[in-house]
Design a protein around this ligand. Structure first.
Ligand code: SAM
Length: 342
């Protein structure tokens, strides 16, 4: 390495290229190249291009870029998936991130294109990205069946990756019933009943979501003690439960809305019952965790919410009678906060 090369600002150069790498991953996923290679094994660019219906010259460059990023292997026989592409990038695996990648490409990318406006104006950018802005971000998501299912698939893929760590961060075996508020496809609910066979879980979400949950149910578990109830957690009565779960829900909302929701939970939560939050918990100085801090920008471009620190969650909970807050940093994408009401 020459002396000048060793002085290159490699971190900055890598960040400058970050969006190119993201987009290469998104396009390869959108074209289902990883699915294609899982079925067929090593394949030449020309054959992949023919099967996928793309140009040979463009496909070859995309495949080479993906190989250089560690997503594919390139040998004289052609391109094949790495193990991690087989696990995470094919669209049908248990831990597939395909749903979140498509959501990132189709939804988050146009929003992040307007990050500058979001920072200047301090507000979400759905109108600039998509030409419209409903009063509530979920109305933006659920206006069409296509966007609705894409969003649900995205939530499902991350929830699968995090569910085991969320379910086991604390021993929840004392609880007989749980209600997962904003529980979406039920991914966490199904994990909870696996870990705690005596637990019954109710997934509570908006009617547009509940109408589409059957697609995401694990096969062979139709008799599992998970039930789905539709409603609006700001307006409707909440189902009775010993444990109320809010996973990636509070980060969608500003403090005022959180107070409405927490006061409703507090009102139905008897002593001995508990609230469990699953969120990316920031350190108090908000400086150590770029995944979570970038997620907070992701909240800025599309919601009125943000990521918060452990102390901020503690303060919100305290105002609703939830003291003795316990926080577990899991090392996974979501951390867990538990508070038993005394
Ligand atoms: N808890 C799931 C997870 O961690 O994967 C989904 C998180 S997603 C960011 C937020 C969820 O809250 C969505 O499923 C959404 O439909 C639901 N939600 C939003 N507003 C709601 C409301 N007013 N009443 C009930 N559910 C709502």
């Amino acid at each position: 390495v020459s002396q000048s090369a060793s002085k290159l600002p490699s971190k900055i150069l890598e960040l400058m290229d970050g969006f190119r790498a993201s987009k290469a991953l998104f396009v390869a996923s959108k074209l289902k190249i990883f699915d294609h290679l899982k079925d067929k094994g090593p394949a030449k660019a020309v054959d992949i291009a023919n099967d996928v219906g793309t140009s040979v010259c463009g496909t070859e460059r995309l495949l080479d870029a993906c190989a250089s990023l560690g997503l594919l292997e390139k040998t004289p026989q052609g391109y094949s998936n790495t193990d991690s592409a087989n696990t995470y990038l094919t669209s049908d695996g248990k831990y597939s991130l395909h749903g979140y990648i498509i959501h990132s490409n189709d939804h988050l990318w146009p929003l992040f294109t307007n990050l500058e406006f979001a920072v200047k104006e301090g507000s979400r950018q759905n109108h600039r990205a998509f030409g419209k802005k409903a009063d509530d971000l979920f109305k933006d998501y659920y206006h069409s069946q296509e966007v609705n299912q894409r969003f649900m698939a995205a939530m499902h893929s991350i929830a699968h990756l995090t569910a085991r760590d969320v379910a086991t961060a604390f021993d929840l075996s004392q609880f007989k019933s749980a209600c997962d508020l904003g529980g979406c496809t039920g991914a966490l609910a199904y994990e909870l009943v696996q870990v705690y066979p005596n637990l019954k879980v109710t997934v509570f979400d908006l009617p547009e979501v509940i109408a589409n949950t059957s697609y995401f149910q694990p096969s062979g578990q139709h008799t599992a003690p998970v039930t789905f109830v539709s409603g609006d957690f700001f307006k409707d009565n909440l189902p009775e439960a010993d444990l109320y779960i809010l996973s990636r829900v509070l980060h969608d909302w500003p403090d005022e809305k959180i107070h409405v929701l927490l006061s409703k939970v507090s009102a139905v939560c008897r002593p001995g019952c508990a609230i469990l939050l699953a969120e990316m918990v920031l350190d108090d100085e908000k400086k150590n965790r770029s995944t979570a801090l970038l997620q907070s920008l992701n909240m800025l471009v599309q919601t009125e919410g943000k990521e918060r620190s452990g102390s901020e969650y503690q303060a919100l909970l305290k105002q609703h009678g939830f003291k003795n807050v316990k926080i577990r940093i899991t090392g996974n994408l979501l951390d867990v906060i538990l508070c038993v009401k005394t």
